[in-house]
Structure formats: C-alpha cells, structure tokens
Design a protein around this ligand. Structure first.
Ligand code: KIV
Ligand code: ZN
Length: 522
C-alpha cells in the first residue's frame, strides 16, 4: 500500500485528468486518435497517473481508455467510475491491460448533493462508499476514492467516509473542491485536519482536485499539498468543467521554481510542457491566452524599454525561470513602440546586421520608430525589410516621394506619382487597367524604359490586417533580369517601391541596356 511515510513524503504525484475532466468540458471533445496522442505525450512527460476517461460513458470512451491502457509504458492508467456496479466493472475492464491500472470511484458527500442529486441519506452514502471501494478492490489493488463536493461536506461525516473508504481498501483519498469555492488557507486547514483526524489516514495518499471558478485552483492545490496531500489532480492548460481545473504546467513550475516554499519534487519532464500545451490546444481548439502563465505566447516576451534593457544585462532581472526549462523558444524581446534604442540595436545584431555604420543605424532607428507608431507588433521580418531597404537606398538614384491612387469600380484607375530622380522632384499622372497598371504607367512616363515585367507578387510580411505588404517585382532587360522587393503598410506604395528598386538595378548595373531619357526632351 502507498503510504506517506519516509522519503515518499517529498514526492508529489501528478495526476493528469485532461482526458477526463478536461475532455468533458463543452467544446473540448477529442477524437479517439487525439486522445491516444495526448496520452502518449503525457506518458513520455512522466505524468504519474493518466485519468484516461470515463469508460461507462460509451463505446468510444471505453475503447479509448482500453487502448491507452495497452499502450502506456510508464504512467498509471486510471478509469473513472461512479459508485455503481456498471461503472466500476466498466472501469476495471477498460484498464485491465495496463501494466499499472487504477479505478477511481466517487460519490458526493455534501448535504446538498446527497439530498438533491442522489436522494440518499448520509448512512446510505456511507454504505455505498464501502460497497463501491470493495468492488473496485476486487478488480484491482490501486483504488482511488473521491468525495465529490468534498469542500462543502460536513467535516465529521467526511472523516467517517474517508476512514471507511480506507478500511475498504482505497489507497488514494481525493478531496475535490468540485465547485471551485474554497480558498488556500481554508483548503490547507481542511486537508491538514482530515489527515490529523482520520485514524487510518496514514494508510492512504491524500489528493487534491481543485476547480478554478474563483481563479484559485493552482493556489488551492499547492495549499493542499502544504496541508499534507501528496497527489495533485490537474489538466494541461487548466481545461476542465466550467472555469477549468488547476493547470498542470503552473503547478509543476511553481513547485520547481519555489522549492524554498514547496520542498517537493515531481517526476515531470518540464521541457515538454510547451509541447503538451500546444497539442492540447490544437486537439481541443481551445486557444491558450497570450498571457497564460508558463505556456502563453507572451510568458517569456518583454515589451517595455526598461525591461528589455534589464534583460540584455541579466535575464534573471525579469525572468524567474528560463524558457528552456519549459521547452519554450528563447526569451523574446518583443519589438514594438515601447522598445528602446538599446533593444533595437541588439535586435539588429541578432538578425546579423553587425556591419552597419552609425548613420545607417540612426536612419533605420528613425524608420523603425515611425513604423512602430503605426503597427502593434514589429516582427523580425519587418526590421529586416527596413534595414535592407536602407542599405539598398545607398545605391538608389530614384526614390518614391509620394503616390496618390484612384482605384475602385469606376474606372479609369489612375496614379499620380512623384519621384526624386537624381535629386530632382518630378510628378506624372497616368491611367491604366487597374491601379497597379496605372502606377507602372506613371513610372514609365517619369523614367521611360523598355524593360518588361516578368514577375509581380504580393505577400504580407507578417500576419494581421496591419501587416506590412511585401511586393516582389522582376524586370527583364535586354540581356538579364533584375528583382527587387518593396515594403510598406500600403500595398500600392510597396508596389511602386519594388518596381523602382528593380528599375534602379537595371539602370545602375546595365546602363548600356536601358538609359533613362529625360521626358522633357521628348
Ligand atoms: O470535480 C470533481 O468533483 C470531480 C470528481 C469526479 C473527482 O471531477
Ligand atoms: Zn473535477
């Protein structure tokens, strides 16, 4: 029998119920294959117990628990059962093939649940507990018993129920906060008092199972452990009934990061937490909130100039754990309008721009600030685009100064374009079959040439409606082709820039092929 004596005291078992309490919440249903995939990952991550489902719930649930039981190598595979013959036998049959299996049987013990849901007296419930645990023990040695709505049950009655469940053979006693109603100091006292008051408490492992209705599931679970529990029931990303369960990744990292206050260990490979979060989010289609602790996409992202400067000196200044420890990519200096010059220069060098002179950096910084004011997020690709354009500009003879386009259903579409050509400002208007054609026509008026458009491709550099447009253009000259890329928040401006970029290359490198002629001389 599992006891809480000796060295075991320091070990907290992680009981994952993503596939049961998690899966039963609205919208989180998983297919058979998805359940197997999640279970395999949990097993590899070394979760101690996988609650694989509720076998009596239907053929599909039974089949999933049975298959997980067959495939799982390290974890205990557990099936849930109410205190009925049908449930317990189904759970026993489903987990039979597991190298290590468990039946988890439960019944409500709070006055309201017993009276209004079960229609049973406390004495009836007590008898049912003894009967159900006995029945499960006849099928398997590892039996967990839960008192549903335990935190709202009468203390003396709860003590009697637990004592009888242990006598009947329960090896784990789980005390759920089914409604997410308790708070840390109350739950700590409850678990502590139960362990002190139940005469045979030392014969079983106590377990906590907290729901997050008041946002305290993780804190309550940890308080329960301080009170003497040595198993925590939780789910990946905290999914579960209503507001969900305690989040596994938060529990595990809290224990690891604050070992000074929680001197326990779990067997979890924490470097798999990010992967697990992504998988569960993908299969359930439940997005992970950006600022979610441990696994949110911003969990290791730093935005303010002050924080970024601190991070560049010493990451410990603004991070209590490393991204590597949870399997996340390196900390991210989130480039936006709050970023400082220091972070910008660091980002440039990270992107490989180590050769830039101070004037080039200064110019790029000015352009960056202007872009960051207009755009929520400035991505690495945006910065590359800014700098590359900056470098390219040094060789440019022609620059786009302004562009006004008339587009829409009422043709003809027109473009009024002003270019700086060798320091001289010239403006032309042209019409065309659509705005892009009009822009090309205006360029041709300003810089007459014979080059042929070979490629015109538009892409968003980054995601979102505020993305920078990236336009690729390839122009064919007499003997060869020249390509250029234009970036701008406006696709048509990016188009003009790309065309002019390719044209400049043509003019610069193949002057013999095409010479710009002064339109005024025509
Ligand atoms: O929240 C709860 O009470 C449960 C039990 C079945 C353990 O999920
Ligand atoms: Zn629950």
């Amino acid at each position: 029998m599992t006891t809480q004596t000796g060295l075991e005291k320091d070990c907290v078992l992680i009981f994952d119920t993503t596939l049961r309490d998690g899966e039963q919440c609205p919208g989180a249903t998983m297919t058979f294959e998805e359940k197997l995939e999640v279970a395999e990952l949990l097993d590899t991550m070394r979760v101690d117990v996988i609650e694989a489902g509720f076998p009596v719930n239907g053929v599909e649930d039974f089949r999933a628990v049975q298959e997980i039981a067959t495939r799982t190598k390290y974890s205990i595979v557990c099936g849930l059962a109410r205190a009925t013959e049908k449930d317990i036998d189904a759970a026993g049959a489903a987990i039979k093939a597991a190298p290590r299996g468990r039946i988890h049987t439960f019944i409500a013990t709070s006055p309201m649940h017993m009276r209004e849901k079960l229609g049973k007296s406390p004495q009836d419930v007590l008898e049912r507990i003894i009967w159900s645990v006995n029945r499960a023990r006849n099928l398997i040695d590892d039996v967990e018993w839960s008192c549903e709505d335990g935190t709202q049950s009468e203390f003396d009655f709860l003590c009697t129920c637990i004592e009888e469940a242990i006598k009947a053979g329960a090896t784990t006693i789980n005390v759920p906060d089914t409604l997410g109603y308790t708070h840390p100091s109350e739950y700590y006292s409850l678990i502590k008092r139960l362990r002190e008051s139940v005469p045979n408490a030392d014969k079983a492992r106590f377990s906590v199972h907290c729901h997050d209705d008041l946002g305290m599931a993780v804190a309550n679970s940890l308080a329960g452990v301080l009170g003497g529990a040595r198993q925590i029931e939780c789910t990946i990303n905290g999914i579960g009934e209503r507001a969900g369960n305690a989040a596994l990744e938060e529990i595990v990292m809290a224990i690891r990061t604050r070992s000074d206050s929680f001197p326990y260990h779990t067997g979890i490979d924490t470097t798999m937490l990010t992967r697990a979060s992504k998988l569960v989010s993908n299969v359930t289609s439940f997005p992970v909130q950006y600022n979610k602790a441990i696994v949110g996409r911003n969990a290791f992202a730093h935005a303010s100039g002050i924080h970024q400067a601190g991070m560049l000196k010493n990451k410990r200044m603004y991070e209590i754990m490393t991204p590597v420890s949870v399997g996340a990519p390196e900390s991210k200096l989130f480039m936006g309008k709050h970023s400082g010059r220091h972070a910008f220069e660091h980002k440039l060098s990270e992107l490989g721009y180590r050769h830039l002179g101070s004037n080039q950096i200064e110019d790029a910084w000015g352009r960056y600030k202007a872009l960051a004011d207009r755009k929520k997020t400035v991505q690495d690709e945006d910065i590359e685009a800014l700098v590359d354009e900056e470098i390219a500009r040094a060789h440019e003879r022609i620059k786009v100064l302004s562009l006004i386009v008339v587009a829409g259903t009422m043709g003809p579409q027109s473009a009024t374009l002003t270019l700086d050509i060798d320091g001289e400002h010239r403006t032309e208007q042209a019409t065309g079959n659509g705005p892009v054609d009009a822009i090309f026509a205006a360029i041709k008026k300003l810089v007459p040439h014979e080059a042929v458009l070979e490629l015109y491709q538009v892409a968003a550099v980054t995601e979102g409606t505020d993305a920078q447009a990236e336009v690729h253009i390839r122009l064919r000259g007499e003997s060869r082709s020249f390509s250029a890329v234009g970036h701008d928040l406006d696709t048509l401006v990016a188009t003009a820039k790309a065309y002019i970029g390719a044209l400049c290359k043509l003019l610069a490198r193949a002057q013999k092929e095409i010479r710009p002629t002064d339109p005024s001389s025509k």
